[in-house]
Ligand binder design. Structure first.
Ligand code: NAD
Length: 544
């Protein structure tokens, strides 16, 4: 029997590879892109470790070339969801009883498999299926996914280590039990790493999951599932269930065994799930844990002392990388009148310089938005601005869905600080700018704080450190991830724990202790060594 008391140190973050032309990683990736482009993969459901085919198909098309189908996936119906709940509950006992270091070793092996054997596979699937360029895919599907796996192992150890004090004549312990039931993990299309973590965080703490992947991300998510299985994940610990959200959600949320929902996606969907859980509350064995990271209306606030070049480059990267489809993407910017001419010119030149197109052309900084629904929605915001007398299109504005869902990086200036595009999440490559009078900075900071319902990310630019501190203080609740002289995107696991409040979610900071603590149900155990020999207290005896 292995009785080592072992803990895992917090890891180094996974290095981002360069992918220079001719490098071994680039050659492997190009080969894999070709291979995945030439096949139509058939993707089954995976329930209790078994592949299930329903014959009710969905398709994965390349967002940047939507005539091309690269995968077809089977969709779950009522019977499969019920089967998956059963499988998760069956697998739960052994999985939660297993020594946590063994669970940890499976996560660590999955991380190494991703890094060493499946880097090109997961990158190619994310690039093709979700239309990411090499860099955007590498930092997400590989590096962040690996970081989540490894950091969660390290943080789990720190949680298990937290024990109450034992004092005279007693021994106290805290047992970190898994939740009683199953966790529903509902993942968004935009980050492969998030999909991985929504399952693996609860799984690390001894839970089992039903995984509802986003329909547009099924290809990369299926490859992840295969990696988890190769790493030794026992049957039924994660049950992979592509299909229609409401079908899967309704059945899971009606189950008395729903122990938690681990969600990332839009505010509207999360609100719907929360409402449904409240309606069903009296059915559940325990109060389900609801953890959700949702939308954002992320800002850049420019102080009159800011460096113009820093602002322009970070605005471009922050607003347009991955076509603005990051919850943290900059989508509104406040610029002082004194800097506007320089910033307007700078962002115009950089935005117009951006190359956009197929993911296999490494020169492309941007690719397509995810699907037609998203394209039409983003275009409707651009059209709204085009037809408004409160707005002017400074750069971009062109939308073309003839081959792929392409929207040029668009910068819009508005004279109304409460213009629709300053308030609502657009989730596309659109940056709306409000120019404020330098003398009205305080009022404009108040506007920035109160304009949108969200509170996810925000950045301030200032060379005056005292002014930056003041802005940081004033915007305390406007963002859960706050940046000084940096873009509001690109949080790294272990370095900038991620999440926001207000309408942006429950702010449980994915990839750290805060999140992992939501997936345990602690039991306190007190043991007494020697008991009293009388029910009365000693001082009472003296009174006799
Ligand atoms: P979405 O809300 O449309 O979908 C998210 C998931 O919910 C998908 O898997 C979808 O199929 C599923 N779903 C929809 N209805 C359901 C139901 N009734 N029951 C169960 N599942 C259901 O979001 P999306 O378009 O995939 O992702 C974009 C959104 O995600 C944006 O709002 C973005 O800001 C947000 N996001 C937030 C973070 C964060 O950390 N805060 C990170 C990434 C994305």
């Amino acid at each position: 029997m292995n009785n080592a008391v072992y803990n895992f140190p917090l890891p180094q973050n996974e290095p981002i590879l360069n992918y220079f032309k001719g490098s071994p990683e680039r050659t492997l990736l190009e080969k894999e892109l070709k291979k995945q482009s030439q096949t139509i993969l058939e993707i089954p459901l995976i329930i209790g470790g078994k592949e299930i085919r329903t014959g009710n198909f969905g398709e994965i098309r390349l967002p940047h070339n939507h005539n091309k189908v690269i995968a077809r996936y089977h969709k779950a119906g009522k019977a499969e969801v019920e089967m998956a709940i059963k499988a998760a509950l069956e697998a739960r006992k052994n999985w939660s009883d297993l020594a946590w270091t063994i669970r940890a070793s499976i996560l660590l092996k999955a991380a190494e498999l991703l890094s060493i054997h499946y880097r090109s596979v997961i990158n190619a699937a994310t690039m093709l299926g979700q239309s990411k360029n090499i860099y955007q895919s590498e930092i997400d599907a590989v590096c962040e996914a690996i970081d989540f796996l490894k950091y969660n192992v390290g943080f789990a150890g720190r949680i298990y280590e937290m024990q109450p004090k034992s004092t005279y004549n007693q021994l106290n312990k805290m047992e970190y039990r898994a939740l009683e039931g199953f966790v529903l993990a509902v993942s968004p299309f935009n980050f492969t790493s998030i999909a991985s973590n929504l399952n693996m965080a609860p799984v690390m703490m001894g839970n089992t999951t039903l995984w509802k992947p986003a329909s547009t991300a099924v290809l990369s998510n299926y490859h992840l599932m295969k990696v988890f299985m190769e790493a030794g994940l026992p049957d039924g610990v994660i049950n992979f269930l592509p299909g229609q959200g409401s079908v899967i959600g309704n059945i899971c949320l009606a189950s008395k065994d729903l122990a938690g929902i681990h969600f990332t996606g839009s505010n509207v969907t999360f609100n719907g799930l929360w409402t449904q859980v409240s309606t069903n509350l009296s059915r559940y064995k325990s109060y389900p844990r609801l953890v959700g990271e949702t939308g954002g209306k992320d800002f850049i606030f420019v102080h009159p002392s800011a460096n113009i070049q820093d602002v322009c480059i970070n605005a471009i990267r922050g607003a347009f990388e991955y076509q603005g489809q990051k919850c943290s993407a900059a989508s509104r910017m406040y610029v002082p009148r004194s800097l506007w001419a320089g910033i307007k010119n700078g962002v115009y030149e950089l935005a117009e310089d951006i190359k956009m197109g197929d993911v296999t052309d490494a020169a492309n900084f941007m690719n397509a938005v995810i699907d037609e629904k998203s394209f039409d929605n983003i275009k409707s915001y651009i059209d709204f601005a085009r037809n408004s007398n409160e707005a002017e299109i400074i750069a971009g504005g062109q939308c073309d869905k003839s081959t792929g869902y392409f929207i040029r990086p668009t910068v819009i200036a508005t004279t109304n600080p409460r213009f629709k595009l300053m308030e609502e999440e657009i989730f596309g490559p659109v940056l709306c700018v409000y120019v404020y009078e330098d003398s009205k900075m305080e009022e404009t900071l108040d506007l920035c704080d109160s304009t949108s319902p969200y509170g996810l990310t925000g950045a301030v630019f200032s060379t005056d450190r005292i002014a930056a501190a003041h802005m940081c203080e004033k915007l305390r609740y406007a963002a859960g991830n706050f940046y000084i002289n940096d873009k509001p995107t690109g949080a790294i696991v272990g370095l900038q724990p991620f999440g926001g409040s207000r309408a942006s979610g429950t702010n449980d900071k994915a990839g750290g202790e805060f999140n992992l603590l939501r997936w345990v149900n602690p039991r306190t155990i007190k043991e007494t060594f020697v008991n009293p020999d009388d029910y009365r207290y000693p001082y009472m005896k003296q009174e006799e």
